[in-house]
Design a protein around this ligand. Structure first.
Ligand SMILES: [Ca+2]
Length: 301
């Protein structure tokens, strides 16, 4: 996604370059750098085309142990559980010349009473935008395993949803040295493509390392729920969508220190505008909702 501090801005627009350089599809997987060519495969632990992990079988769970989740159960209009989630607020552009004012109010983040968290990006009467950005910093911090979320994404020019992570030593260690793992980003003008990227020392901004994944049916990800995940181990990160792995990176791929062998916290947000996605135009519909069924963390055997 992006950094959030004025002193360590990540150049915007650059993640797209890194991703496009390594774009791949399920049927034409291409290795990234020294990483071996990755053929499309369901992840080993799932054993099948698992698209809804609420249906995990006993065989599957024998290899993955759920260590934390937020299923977003609760009454409509309730706040997301403050034991898990912090709100980061403000309208300073977040290092990417973004337009939104992030608020802690229920107009921008609330449970829907049907088991989902809804982050809503709105255009306000004054023409400005509001949205929400939530982190698990100091609440849920973890290293390794599978980190996944089942999300129905928003869409439209200038809309930029993300599910991502930052190293827990941020901000004491400045970005990008603290490390950033973008599990999933989508820019609303390209709804058929999601992006998975890492940023670290010497490979941030334009040098972010990752890949893109195109909707297997040529459709748009925001049309339905999908499971976005990383399988993360010492010296290895593999991205997947709906259990289909589409990229793996190791220290040989990043061209700088590997800063991912440490605990990270998670972030969910919907940005409006920014150097990478561009800005809303007359085609963009508001409000836009990012609907999150769950966020889960598994330890992997
Ligand atoms: Ca749920």
């Amino acid at each position: 996604m992006s950094d959030r501090t004025a002193t360590s801005e990540r150049p915007g627009g650059t993640s797209a370059h890194a991703s496009r350089r390594t774009r791949r599809t399920v049927t034409a997987a291409v290795g990234l750098g020294a990483a071996a060519a990755l053929t499309a495969t369901t992840l080993a632990w799932s054993g099948s085309d698992v698209t809804d992990n609420s249906e995990l079988t006993s065989t599957e769970t024998s290899q993955a142990t759920l260590v934390w989740s937020d299923e977003f159960d609760g009454a409509a209009g309730d706040a997301p559980d403050p034991a898990n989630w912090n709100h980061e607020t403000g309208d300073h552009g977040w290092g990417n010349e973004e337009l939104q004012n992030y608020t802690a109010g229920r107009d921008n983040s609330a449970l829907d009473g049907e088991g989902n968290l809804v982050i809503t990006a709105r255009q306000e009467a004054d023409g400005g935008y509001t949205s929400a950005r939530m982190t698990t910093q100091n609440n849920i911090e973890h290293a390794y395993g599978r980190v996944e979320a089942r999300i129905k994404l928003p869409t439209g020019q200038g809309v930029w949803p993300a599910f991502w992570m930052l190293g827990t030593d941020f901000p004491d260690t400045p970005w990008p040295d603290s490390g950033e793992i973008d599990v999933m980003e989508l820019i609303g003008s390209e709804p058929g493509t999601v992006h998975g990227t890492v940023h670290g020392p010497g490979y941030s901004g334009g040098g972010g390392v990752g890949a893109s994944y195109d909707h297997p049916d040529g459709g748009a990800f925001p049309d339905d729920f999908h499971v976005y995940a990383v399988d993360w181990a010492p010296d290895s990160i593999t991205w997947s969508v709906d259990g289909v792995a589409y990229n793996t990176i190791t220290p040989a791929d990043v061209g700088g220190d590997w800063v991912f062998n440490q605990e990270f916290f998670m972030i969910l947000n919907v940005a409006v505008g920014g150097q990478w996605p561009g800005y809303p135009d007359e085609t963009t519909q508001f409000p836009q909702e990012m609907v999150v069924d769950y966020v889960r963390v598994y330890d992997m055997e």
